[in-house]
Design a protein around this ligand. Sequence first.
Ligand SMILES: Nc1ncnc2c1ncn2[C@@H]1O[C@H](COP(=O)(O)OP(=O)(O)OP(=O)(O)O)[C@@H](O)[C@H]1O
Ligand SMILES: [Mg+2]
Length: 511
Amino acid sequence: MPNIEYAVEMTDVCKNYGLLQANKDVNIKVIKGEIHAIVGENGAGKTTLTSILYGLVAPSSGNVKVNGRPVKISSPKAAIALGIGMVHQHFKLVPNFTVAENICLGQEPLKSLRRVDKKKMIAHARNISEKYGLKVDPEKKVCDLSVGLLQRVEILKALSRGADILILDEPTAVLTPLECQELFKVLRGMSEQGKTVLLITHKLKEVMEVSHHITVLRRGLTMGTVKTSDTDEHRLAGLMMGREADFVPLEKKPQEEEKITFSIRGLQVRDSFNMIKLKDISLDVKAGEILTVAGVEGNGQSELVEALMGFAHIEQGQVLVDGEDIAHQDVRSRRKYCSFIPEDRMKTGLNLAASVHDNLLGGRQRSPEIRRGPFFDYKKSSRLAADLVEKFNIKTAGLDIEASSLSGGNQQKIVVAREMSFGNKVLVVAQPSRGVDIGATNFIHEQLIAARNAGRAVLLISTDLDEVYALSDRIHVLFDGKIVGSFTPDSISQQEIGLYMTGVKGLEGTA
Ligand SMILES: Nc1ncnc2c1ncn2[C@@H]1O[C@H](COP(=O)(O)OP(=O)(O)OP(=O)(O)O)[C@@H](O)[C@H]1O
Ligand SMILES: [Mg+2]
């Protein structure tokens, strides 16, 4: 047998945050040229482990070898010098620069008088883009690109800095099914050219499809590394959670109510550059219904949620709850009728510097649930918060610690738990399962169906077609700020709805 060459070997790696052990004697060996997936529940330690490899986090103890050589990686700069690149979930590109300028940032080719050689820069970007089949126009400004293309630029930037080992932390969360397939093609191509890929994702279907080996983490411990062809989704879920996953299929009550609880009439919204982002959007959500706005990221979804929440100015149109127009009410008044789970929970849903307790109970300050007469009752409020933590399986070292110290997925769960627990008639929910693990996704889906069955009106905004099909009573497709098609899930296939989502179909007849 030929000697196996490892690109990365991490041995007995520990990382402690105070008393919390984010990584406990983690062991992982990544074979050179392979796509190696890292899976685990929210808070299992995946980001911590890869951040140690990329020099963002210093391990408390343990050893790291890269290409067989023991190394100490004290900064991303040191990691880059060792040929390690990382694509974060939140992109770090310069919006006003072109693709080529971003790819070459900090290593621009120069001509005489130390001026940047633009031609060379564009040629370099084009070369590397062609070499890896990551098509993108080098002369386009980054702010004009879709999320899928932004991610390509991030990958190209890492490759341009000589990355042989590429870390991707949840790269597919924001991609359409088609973009995912394209990304996987690129990753396979990189692997064929001898590059090593470390891939973190919650989607086990993807893991099974694209990886060679899989390492499972659970509560900071390594549960082992398996060959992808020797396992299946079910067994992986078992390893991740420590028990067999027995998901009961979601049961929907037949829809009886015809009462419209929530409607949007002729909504028009512009962005800060005065560009129309939503054009004449009208929809009705009945009591006891989940109506979904499906579509590719960046077609007006964020603007829709921001307008409904009261964070974006509504130029025209009405937002009606039981016939009452709330389009011009302030943020707090709207929340009396509607619960909101925004897509960007870090930005608009959470106060990262506040405690888990305060984040969970935000919006309830005046509620009798946490008061005794005129006084705030900490005992009551702690009980309520602890109850939510347990119900939503939020992994936290306590109620009083800062929300910022929770893992990405657990931060998301705080917002979901808070908003779902209000019991409002209207629920506006954007990308509820983004970044959360399969157990939590299933739980959130159950809660949404329960809300629907209890007669609440649910407006779901989702780019994840599996989620759209699992939950929706009806689907509207949003493309370029307009609704371009309306369907029931059993009347259209995922493939065909994809054509509406990308504007191939459905534009006839819309202005
Ligand atoms: N800066 C920090 N301070 C304190 N605790 C932290 C910090 N960063 C992470 N942790 C804790 O370490 C543990 C592992 O977090 P990590 O972000 O690695 O999880 P993850 O597997 O990436 O989860 P997710 O799927 O939710 O992104 C969590 O319990 C988290 O609360
Ligand atoms: Mg993470």
